[in-house]
Structures are given as C-alpha cells and as structure tokens.
Write a protein that binds this ligand. Structure first.
Ligand SMILES: Nc1nc2c(ncn2[C@@H]2O[C@H](COP(=O)(O)OP(=O)(O)OP(=O)(O)O)[C@@H](O)[C@H]2O)c(=O)[nH]1
Ligand SMILES: [Mg+2]
Length: 300
C-alpha cells in the first residue's frame, strides 16, 4: 500500500485536546478538508473520540478529536472527559488548542495532565481572527511560552483554514517513520451510521436552546442503502417528558427543521439521496445512568 510513496514515509497518531468550545473539531475538519466531526457554538458538542485520517505521499496523520476537558458531576460529562484523557496515551504528538487571549484554569488543569505524559505538545492558538489589532497577541504568545515547553506555538484561525501548513510541518516532524496505519482512502474510524447520528445531533445543538441539547442523544435504528437512496430512521432520546415537546416544536415544526437540515448534511456526506425519519423517545435520566450510557456507546 505504501508502494510508490517516499521511502521515509511517516505515520502516527495526534490527539487534539483542549477545553470545550476552543475549536478542536473545526481544526480537525480543516486539517482533513472533510467534515468528520460536528461543530457548534456551544461547549461540549463532541462526546466521543473521533479519528480523522489525513494521508499524503509523505505521511499519514491520524488525528484524534476529543471532547473538551472540563469539570462536571454529571456522569455523561465524566465519561466524555475520560474519553479525552485516554486519548493522551499512546499518541505521537498532542495538539493543545487554546483560544487567543483566553487562558483559564481549564488550561492549567489540562497542562497538569500533559506534564504526566512524555509526548511533544504543540499549542495551537485559535480564533486569532478575533484579535484586533493582531499585535495584541504578542504578549499572550510570550506568556504561553513560559507556561510549558511546547514543541511549537502556532497561531491560527481554524475556522478560516488559515495557517494550517506550519502546523502540518511541525506535526510531520513529530511522527516516527513507518507504514500507514489505515488504508489511504479511509478518512475516519467511525461508521456512516455514527456520522449520520452526529449530524442529527449537530442540528439539535444548533436549533435548540439552553439545556435541551445536553439532554438529547441520537440513535440510528435503521440505515439501509437502496438502489436510489439511503433510508435512515433515527430516534432522538430525551431525558424528561417536557423536552419531548420542545424537540417536536409547535405542530412538529422543530423536528421537521432538524430533520431537513440533518438530511441535507447527510446527503452531502454520503453523496447520495437520503430519506430521514426522526422519532422522539423519553428515556428518563439517561445522561446520569451508567447502564444507559454504556448502551448508548459511552465508554466506561
Ligand atoms: N472566530 C472564530 N471562531 C471559531 C474558530 N474556530 C472555531 N470557531 C468556532 O468556535 C465554536 C466551537 O467550535 P468547535 O470546533 O465545535 O469547538 P470544540 O473545541 O470542538 O468544542 P467541544 O467539542 O465542545 O469541546 C464554533 O462556533 C466554531 O465555529 C476560529 O478560528 N475563529
Ligand atoms: Mg468538538
């Protein structure tokens, strides 16, 4: 499979970590040039580790997008954070994503963990498009340098796909020589079923207010590729009876809009026509129930 490639082919795993909402998933999608991870303006959007595989003639980088690391008493959040911290083990490099000009206790806590692993850490200072004028960034970058022995510090606007090349070269230098870990045309470890469920969940994060998105999970019940379209049936799980009505909306308008936007996104992903049917189901307190979480695919 690596025939025809450069003799010094490199490959390895790279974890993308940081506090919630700093732009880890946006960055991974940009690095891949594909949308694998869902993105929203709300924190705690990503709930699982998601691999994004980027293969060139010279290297294969396997990015691990992770949930934002934060403190919470909720069981689901604890499993999310566990998924993120597990991703720090056995990788060849770590990208710590931070927001330009915003250093918080959250970052201090993450640095504590990074000190426990012997892996090069590259800091990506994201959302620099918000810094105006740009030279306000300089003291922040200086400060950052004093906080940790970062292998490199790369300012970036992931959102616009600016400044990706310097990051890619820094990362390539961290990878060991070796054959590709995945087939070169593979872009993720996740199934299309998982990605479809995520695209529905993304719409819930976009379209529902306050705590409701955090009380929802999406399960694909049926995924069937027929000759001319893909048929998907999915259930939106909620925690409380009152949330059912919110997800449905007046006259079913909200769920219809969620379905319509999610269908378009899934069609784009699959490059195929999609028929999407959505249902809502109450599963009382699922996000704080260990068994329900395991059944819903949250690792222990
Ligand atoms: N202005 C600006 N916004 C950005 C940039 N990168 C990401 N964002 C926005 O930041 C928000 C969070 O982005 P995500 O990629 O979901 O962040 P995340 O770190 O994966 O968040 P969690 O999965 O919740 O931990 C979204 O509204 C993005 O559009 C950037 O470079 N500039
Ligand atoms: Mg994310």
């Amino acid at each position: 499979m690596t025939e025809g490639r450069q003799p010094l082919f490199r490959s390895g795993m790279i974890a993308l970590v940081g506090r919630p909402n700093v732009g880890k998933s946006t960055l991974m999608n940009r690095l891949l040039g594909e949308k694998i991870s869902i993105v929203s303006r709300r924190p705690q959007t990503t709930r699982h580790r998601v691999l994004g595989i980027h293969t060139t003639q010279a290297y294969q980088m396997v990015f691990v997008d992770t949930p934002g690391i934060h403190q919470s008493k909720r069981k689901i959040n604890q499993r999310m954070v566990q998924a993120a911290t597990t991703a720090l083990e056995g990788v060849d490099a770590i990208v710590l994503v931070v927001e330009a000009l915003h250093w918080t206790e959250g970052e201090d806590t993450i640095l504590e963990r990074l000190r426990q692993v012997d892996t090069p850490v590259i800091a990506v200072v994201n959302k620099v498009d918000r810094v105006n004028p740009r030279d306000k960034l300089l003291p922040y970058l200086d400060e950052l340098q004093g906080r940790y022995a970062f292998a490199a510090i790369v300012p970036m606007a992931a959102y616009k796909g600016e400044n990706l090349d310097p990051l890619l070269s820094e990362l390539a230098a961290c990878l060991p020589q070796g054959p590709a870990l995945f087939p070169e045309d593979q872009i993720t470890d996740k199934s299309v079923r998982f990605l479809a469920a995520e695209l529905v969940r993304e719409q819930l994060f976009h379209q529902l207010g306050q705590e409701v998105p955090y009380a929802t999970e999406v399960v694909v019940d049926r995924f069937e590729e027929t000759a001319n379209r893909t048929e998907i049936q999915a259930t939106i799980v909620v925690e409380r009876e009152s949330q059912k009505g919110i997800v449905l909306g007046k006259g079913g308008r909200r769920i219809k809009e969620v379905g319509s936007r999610a269908r378009q996104a899934i069609e784009y992903l699959l490059q195929a026509r999609v028929h999407l049917e959505l249902y809502v189901q109450l599963r009382a307190g699922w996000s704080s129930d260990e068994r329900a979480l395991s059944e819903l695919g949250f690792e222990e």
